[in-house]
Design a protein around this ligand. Structure first.
Ligand code: BV8
Ligand code: ZN
Length: 255
């Protein structure tokens, strides 16, 4: 009889129990997500091994100056990302947040991602603090609308003749104030915060984690690696979000 090879659990049981009971104690949850939650949907992260920034330098593409200097090049990058995102589907990580939302009084998803996968998965309350890759804005008449064409002309033009830009927040740009204030309010009033798949390098979004701590919320981190925040959270679960979040949510709901 072949020996039954018991694989090591992804997360040691006591740690999973600790995280699940913390999560279960939450009445007002805030979930901060970054590119890592979309990794298992096939969307490259920014700073990982195959990250977006590996092939490009941030200053070359995700800044107003880069767009002004070469709108066509910046749009080619976004057109390529849109072509990936168009084929991507929400993964078990996104879906488990939708399931969790049905079992807690309030759950707000605050995402740095521009891919729209939380909304696509069915999350009811999503704050896209860095905008959406599917929205565009005219640099001349300031009109804003959704344009899901793939491929899209690089750069697209508005009816007014103006050059159209992606509706995302670039480095050096302010976050949309209404969305940002809602994110700060959700974190300031939460009793548990889940931080999933972010390197916690980009501010002001990364500042939401210390804000939660200041407001005495308990913080659980899910990441494949240690991050700048790992030392300051209550529980750090190491592994892929699409595997850990379903385990965590099942444990939280059914135990
Ligand atoms: C601003 C949209 C001021 C575009 C992006 C202090 C305070 C305020 C600002 C600053 C500050 N210090 C520095 C700044 C400036 C700057 C900044 O933070 N720079 C960094 C590089 C130091 N911030 C800004 O410029 C912000 N604006 O401050 O404006 C202002 C105020 C008033 C008036 C005028 C100006 C704007 C920042 C927004 C930039 N836009 N994106 C686009 O997408 O193209 S940022 C970009 O990085 C994405 O949004 C991305 O989400 C974000 C953060 O990265 P992560 O999501 O964390 O992704 P990353 O790859 O880094 O990490 C992935 C993680 O997942 C890793 O930890 C990995 O281990 C993990 N992982 C991988 N696979 C998995 C996984 N985890 C779980 N499961 C897996 N399977
Ligand atoms: Zn226009």
């Amino acid at each position: 009889m072949a020996d039954l090879i018991m694989s090591e659990p992804l997360i040691p049981e006591p740690l999973l129990q600790q995280a699940a009971s913390l999560l279960r104690s939450g009445r007002r949850l805030a979930v901060l997500t970054g590119a890592g939650i979309s990794a298992e949907s096939g969307i490259p992260t920014f700073r990982g091994a195959a990250g977006l920034w590996k092939s490009f330098r941030p200053g070359e593409l995700a800044t107003p100056g880069a767009f002004e200097a070469n709108p066509g090049l910046v749009w080619e990058w976004y057109d390529w990302r849109r072509s990936l995102i168009k084929e991507a589907k929400p993964n078990a990580g996104h879906e488990s947040l939708v399931k969790l939302e049905q079992h807690v009084p309030t759950l707000t998803v605050i995402t740095q991602n521009v891919d729209g996968l939380h909304r696509q998965a069915g999350s009811a309350s999503v704050l896209e603090v860095h905008g959406s890759i599917w929205r565009v804005q005219c640099t001349k008449c300031r009109g804003e609308w959704e344009d899901c064409r793939v491929p899209i002309p690089c750069p697209p033009r508005c009816e007014c003749g103006g050059i159209v830009r992606p509706g995302v927040v670039w480095f050096g740009e302010a976050l949309p104030m209404d969305v940002w204030h809602s994110a700060e309010a959700a974190v300031s009033s939460c009793d548990v915060m889940l931080v999933v798949g972010t390197s916690a390098i980009v501010y002001p979004a990364a500042g939401l984690v210390p804000l939660a701590r200041e407001m005495s919320a308990r913080v659980i981190e899910v990441n494949t690696k240690q991050t700048a925040m790992s030392h300051s959270v209550d529980v750090a679960l190491t592994g892929p979000a699409a595997e850990i979040l379903p385990l965590l949510v099942e444990q939280c709901i059914h135990c």
